[in-house]
Design a protein around this ligand. Structure first.
Ligand code: FPP
Length: 252
């Protein structure tokens, strides 16, 4: 957590952008219309995360399971990714945003792969918001992949080494995982990185998600206390003080 204007703030945020299909069918549109509207929400939320000085934003854009969707839907998602890359490129560069795609994106069209590779290379040393799209991504595959890398390199299998071999090692532990669309699951997203994440589920379908809701989640959740299995700072301080009173002052 970082602190801005005296308020604690989540540094590493991830979002499962769910509910596109339902949003569209509830409005008697085809499912893909939800993805189209959802992709403009992506641009708004990236802008908001950047404004809020979030350190990293990781978005679940396409899971390994999504390959089973109808071809038209898969192709539409590919096209939306390409459109995003073309449309937002200048803004990402201007705002010093480091862009990456994690997962197996080898099945994307050649032109899109080139756009990703170029944007990743151009922004690799940028120091602003770390924006990561998970595309063709699965959390279990990522962990297996990381273990394989360690075995091949002969390094010891430790938590630290495993973290360092993930797809994007500089995305540290996720502070906050948001899922839109009403379901309360993690769905194979950032399994390793979410070990201590605060989870926030909203009924709002992704295409209806707004900057305002994002900002209010960030500011509300960040003031929940995270103890990582330990006692809270206040509890710990209180018990230390009590001990000091019992045993003569430790502070004098
Ligand atoms: C889940 O909704 C969402 C996805 C499978 C894809 C998320 C993609 C976008 C937000 C647009 C892509 C944009 C970019 C820039 C990559 P769902 O279809 O599973 O919704 P449902 O649960 O209502 O069926």
């Amino acid at each position: 957590m970082i602190e801005r204007f005296g308020v604690k703030q989540c540094k590493n945020v991830a979002i499962i952008m769910d509910g596109n299909g339902r949003w569209a069918t509830e409005r008697t549109h085809r499912r893909v219309w939800g993805h189209v509207r959802g992709s403009s929400v992506v641009s708004d939320i990236v802008e908001s995360a950047d404004d809020l000085c979030v350190e990293s934003l990781t978005l679940y854009a396409f899971s390994t399971e999504n390959w089973c969707r109808p071809e038209f839907e898969v192709k539409t998602l590919f096209k939306l990714l390409k459109k995003f890359l073309l449309k937002e490129r200048a803004k990402l560069l201007k705002n010093n945003i480091k862009f990456r795609v994690i997962g197996d994106w080898s099945r994307l069209p050649e032109e899109t792969k080139l756009l990703i590779a170029d944007l990743q290379e151009t922004t690799k040393d940028f120091t602003g918001l770390k924006l990561t799209f998970a595309f063709g991504y699965g959390g279990r595959s990522e962990i297996v992949n990381s273990v394989k890398k360690l075995v091949e390199s002969g390094k010891e299998i430790t938590e630290e080494n495993l973290s360092d071999s993930l797809y994007a090692p500089d995305i540290k532990d996720i502070d906050l995982l948001i899922r839109t669309g009403g379901d309360q699951r993690i769905s194979n997203f950032l399994l390793w990185q979410c070990a201590y994440a605060e989870l926030y589920f909203t009924e709002t379908r992704w295409p209806a998600f707004t900057r305002e809701e994002f900002e209010s989640i960030i500011f509300n959740v960040e003031n929940r206390e995270r103890r990582f299995g330990a006692v809270s700072c206040m509890e710990s301080l209180e018990s230390t003080k009590k001990l000091a009173e019992q045993n003569g002052s430790l502070f004098s």
